[in-house]
Design a protein around this ligand. Structure first.
Ligand SMILES: [Zn+2]
Length: 422
């Protein structure tokens, strides 16, 4: 059966690389069913009778990817932002996560989270759950029901969690295997191996996770890396044979192409080179890094070195769920690095961060950055008509203004996997 030809019309803006913003005012995204056929400024003849979803003067960009957030911490967004990482985890995040032994609570929270994510234009995620297998399945169900795609992870932690948030090593490995089996046929939200971070996982558990990764070559890994100075010191004590944090993942076979590492604030030259050589992705979370005073990641340097970088909200170290807010935070903190480096280290621009919250995630999930022919449509329609009337600005400045003043009210429509969700 032939699929329907249809098109979206609006001011198209996208970034295929960091710093390279492409614009097509009054452009069309040509569609066949759920799939993009191309973009153009005039409808071709075979689309003469096609349905056109015309968004007038609104801006259409690829939808956003949130490549690092903690679903169970959603109810504690904006809490205890006067602490640093280790105290914050122990006193707030871990006790919160323990509540997800209750499935009714998980259902309620994750339904609301999924709805909020899609309403803010996020259609792709790499997301942490808690250590609870059943609650993780609920999270995956709710994300899929809202039209969100990507990876979710049942967290592994068999030490330093506290009485109500810790598995035995054997339990952690067994539950992970069972969870992988339960979710092997999922289409939209797939499983991802998720050791919380090195201090949460014994060597025996890491060994087990390494085995699971080997048994499942397509199963990617997400975790945390070099976020906070005390954390790094702790990892050194736990793994005295490692000169660098990353080696504690590497020695168990989890440091590899497609591994996603959040934060990377203190990665030195050697650690960055190891990322590049292995194809590990750095996920920049500037709001969280500021809130719990972790530091400012050297993202401009990483991009110059050819490291793959994307962005995350890191809810709830981050207190904002919208990726355009993460994007502008990335620009802000990079401006500070620029200033404090004596204006030597370049800052990030909106054209850089547009790529980091759209194109980078598209690439991670195997699509072309932008509106690539053959890919399923993931797009967001952004509307600035409620902002102060200003007819004098160019399209790129309009996008910048929407990003800096972003609220869900700016989101007019969201498409995920070719289907209109909002
Ligand atoms: Zn995190």
């Amino acid at each position: 059966m032939n699929k329907e030809l249809w098109a979206l019309k609006g001011n198209l803006v996208w970034a295929e690389k960091a710093g390279e913003m492409s614009m097509l005012p009054g452009g069309y995204i040509l569609m066949e069913g759920e799939e993009i056929k191309g973009v153009c400024d005039k409808l071709p003849e075979d689309y003469a009778d096609a349905r056109v979803e015309d968004y007038g003067d609104s801006i259409i960009t690829p939808s956003f990817s949130d490549m690092h957030l903690h679903a169970p911490q959603y109810p504690m967004m904006g809490m205890a932002m006067d602490l640093q990482l280790l105290e914050w985890l122990q006193n707030y995040a871990f006790p919160m996560e323990a509540n997800y032994a209750r499935e009714d609570f998980a259902r309620l929270t994750y339904k609301k989270l999924a709805k909020e994510l899609i309403s803010r234009g996020t259609t792709r995620v790499c997301i942490f759950s808690s250590l609870h297998r059943k609650a993780t399945n609920i999270l995956m169900d709710e994300l899929e029901a809202a039209g969100i795609t990507g990876y979710a992870g049942k967290v592994n932690m068999d030490r330093n969690g506290g009485v109500n948030l810790q598995e035995t090593t054997e339990e952690s490995a067994r539950e992970t295997r069972l969870w992988l089996e339960e979710n092997k046929d999922r289409k939209l939200v797939k499983p991802m191996l998720t050791p919380r971070f090195i201090p949460s996982c014994t060597d025996e558990l890491m060994e087990e996770l390494g085995k699971i990764a080997k048994e499942n070559p397509d199963l990617p890994t997400q975790s945390h890396l070099s976020e906070n100075l005390e954390e790094i010191e702790w990892v050194k004590q736990l793994h005295p044979d490692c000169t660098h944090y990353y080696q504690a993942y590497e020695k168990y076979g989890l440091w590899k192409d497609g591994t996603v590492m959040a934060h990377c604030v203190y990665c030195d030259e050697k650690e960055r080179k190891a990322m590049k050589d292995a194809g590990v992705w750095a996920i920049h979370c500037p709001d969280s890094n500021t809130n719990i005073a972790s530091g400012i990641a050297p993202i401009r340097i990483m991009l110059q070195e050819g490291i793959k970088v994307a962005m995350g909200s890191d809810v709830a170290g981050g207190a904002k769920l919208s990726m355009p807010e993460a994007a502008t935070d990335a620009v802000r903190v990079s401006r500070l690095r620029w200033l404090f480096s004596g204006k030597k280290e370049d800052f990030l621009t909106v054209a850089d961060v547009l790529y980091l919250i759209t194109g980078a995630g598209q690439e991670y999930f195997g699509a072309k950055p932008g509106f690539g022919a053959g890919d399923k449509l993931h797009a967001v329609v952004l509307d600035d008509s409620d902002l102060a009337y200003n007819p004098f600005i160019t399209l790129d400045r309009r996008l910048e203004r929407i990003f800096y003043q972003f609220s869900p009210a700016c989101v007019k429509a969201v498409y995920s996997v070719g289907v209109k969700r909002i």
